[in-house]
Design a binder for this molecule. Structure first.
Ligand SMILES: C[S@@+](CC[C@H](N)C(=O)[O-])C[C@H]1O[C@@H](n2cnc3c(N)ncnc32)[C@H](O)[C@@H]1O
Length: 225
């Protein structure tokens, strides 16, 4: 076999994520690790939706297999059960979930992985949409959208991060949440990940985001309209 014929099966996003699809152990570990990030999203969804008296659209960009939305549905359910809120009018704050990614095989894995969301109590029978979209390009947002990215922005140049963040300067985007790993990690996990110091992110995203620095390694960036 010529060297050129040797394929590298792990070398694509879908191969990297395949073993995490419909994998409860992975989702539970994700919920535990990113609990603070997910709780901040849930609290804001509840607050904004309550204030506006309208349910919101949750959009996960660069969604991969949609684990953030899965985690929101699981942690949301747990939180509301623990407050004894079982009536659906107490909890249904999302009218639609939109998953977008540039990679069609990832969207296929995402469809498979997120089936359980619409049977879960926190989201209820919410419609799910899957769209191929380049996160850097200008976007159309529907009214009352919450945008989440997780493990995405660190794969782009400074110029592209600025371009991506500018797409959220839109009246219809009411809340944003972004997670990036920082230079406190010893090495990148997969792909062209840039492990930047927190100060570089602050300089990049400008002062209007509030930050949660989860022990130095993980940086959570949020913005309310
Ligand atoms: C590290 S994965 C993160 C997946 C998911 N957010 C998570 O945390 O599990 C990065 C994702 O970004 C997607 N992606 C890469 N470039 C993109 C682009 N230009 N537009 C939209 N998605 C992109 C990849 O296909 C991949 O699914």
């Amino acid at each position: 076999m010529r060297k050129d014929d040797i394929t590298e099966p792990m070398n694509t996003w879908d191969n990297f994520y395949q073993s995490r699809v419909c994998n409860n152990i992975y989702v539970n570990a994700f919920c535990k690790k990113y609990n603070r990030f997910i709780e901040e999203i849930i609290v804001n969804i509840q607050q904004i939706s309550y204030n506006l008296k309208t349910p919101l659209i949750l959009k996960e960009e660069g969604c991969g297999i949609g684990t953030v939305s899965l985690a929101i549905s699981q942690i949301g359910e747990r939180l509301f059960n623990s407050f004894g809120l079982t009536d659906s009018s107490d909890t249904k704050k999302i009218s639609k979930v939109v998953f977008s990614d540039i990679n069609i095989p990832m969207l296929e894995l995402c469809c498979k992985n997120t089936l359980s969301i619409s049977t879960n109590n926190y989201f209820g029978k919410v419609p799910l949409f899957y769209a191929k979209e380049n996160i850097c390009e200008p976007k159309f947002f529907e009214s009352s959208t919450v945008v989440v990215t997780h493990g995405v922005l660190e794969h782009f140049s400074d110029e592209d991060v600025t371009k991506i963040m500018s797409t959220y300067n839109n009246d219809k985007v009411l809340f944003q949440a972004h997670y990036v790993p920082t230079c406190q990690y010893a090495s990148p996990s997969f792909g062209d990940e840039r492990l930047l110091p927190v100060d570089d992110w602050i300089a990049l995203i400008k002062p209007d985001y509030y930050l949660l620095d989860n022990g130095g390694k993980d940086l959570y960036m949020f913005k309310t309209k």
